[in-house]
Design a protein around this ligand. Structure first.
Ligand SMILES: Nc1ncnc2c1ncn2[C@@H]1O[C@H](COP(=O)(O)OP(=O)(O)O)[C@@H](O)[C@H]1O
Ligand SMILES: [Mg+2]
Length: 262
């Protein structure tokens, strides 16, 4: 393993680990029997992850923070390992009824958290400011966008998309939002939700931030994008019924498009 702070090294000793390559954020994740070490670039996201994980202990099913250290360039988060399997595990992909039940349940768990003293708010003003920074500094990951966002009938470039997002901003309905609610970031154990991981973007935001990204991840996983075989039996109408939400497609499109700039 690479060099890690001695305080964390002391806790993990010589325990065996495997390296997890699922994430797409450039972080390094070492999975031990009952712990996980996530090493990522130090910055606002890793700070938010630590701060919010501390605030959310006992309020939401998330890993326990065992240690947190940082140096000039990296942050080191040692946390408990969530048991069970990712929502995109074959077992759940082959049981779409159970999968959509559990996803709806997970989203409701987020919405039930009392946000009155939540330390992290990323409302749309702030999010659009962050998007502008990414556009102006050429940080938009064009390899990782939906195929119809740019070119053809889509937007000319990220700058044009940003302008559209500023002109078409919807009303906000604020709740606790995971911020990157894709299937690999939600864990299930049998017929229960066992936890949320990857909490760098968790904050107060519009309800549709999570509805939109969860819907996109669910649909894309069933279509067989992300290098897996396509699966059958997904009924997205049922997903919305279980969520008890009448889908606002304008907002879903808006939040999927907004995510293209991150
Ligand atoms: N606390 C945890 N418990 C169990 N698995 C974890 C935990 N943290 C990370 N993982 C595994 O590592 C993967 C990547 O971690 P994640 O925090 O999602 O990083 P990224 O930001 O790169 O997506 C996850 O999809 C999951 O498989
Ligand atoms: Mg992840």
């Amino acid at each position: 393993m690479i060099q890690i702070p001695s305080k964390i090294q002391k806790i993990i000793g010589n325990e065996k680990y495997i390296i997890d390559n699922v994430g797409m954020s450039g972080s390094s994740v070492y999975v031990f029997e009952d712990k996980v070490l996530k090493i990522q670039a130090a910055g606002s996201e890793s700070e938010n992850e630590y701060l919010m994980m501390k605030w959310l202990q006992g309020k939401l099913l998330i890993p326990e923070v065992l240690a947190y250290e940082k140096d000039d360039s990296k942050s080191y988060l040692l946390m408990s390992r969530i048991s069970g399997a990712m929502a995109c595990d074959d077992y759940y992909m082959k049981a779409p009824e159970l999968l959509t039940d559990l996803l709806a349940k997970a989203i409701h768990m987020l919405w039930e958290v009392d946000i009155s003293d939540c330390p992290s708010i990323i409302n749309l003003d702030k999010k659009l400011e962050m998007a502008r920074y990414n556009v102006e500094h050429d940080l938009v990951d064009m390899e990782n966008v939906q195929p119809d966002t740019f070119g053809g009938d889509g937007f000319k470039n990220p700058k044009e998309l940003l302008e559209w997002l500023i002109e078409n901003r919807p009303e906000e309905d604020l709740v606790l939002s995971h911020g990157d609610l894709c299937l690999p970031n939600i864990f299930f154990m049998g017929k229960d939700v066992s936890g949320f991981i990857d909490l760098g973007k968790i904050c107060i935001a519009d309800r549709y931030q999570d509805i939109a990204l969860c819907y996109r991840s669910l649909s894309n996983n069933f279509k067989g994008i992300y290098g897996r075989a396509a699966c059958e039996g997904l009924d997205t109408d049922k997903f919305f019924e279980k969520l008890d939400v009448k889908p606002d497609w304008k907002k879903i499109r808006y939040y999927i498009l907004l995510d293209e700039l991150f």
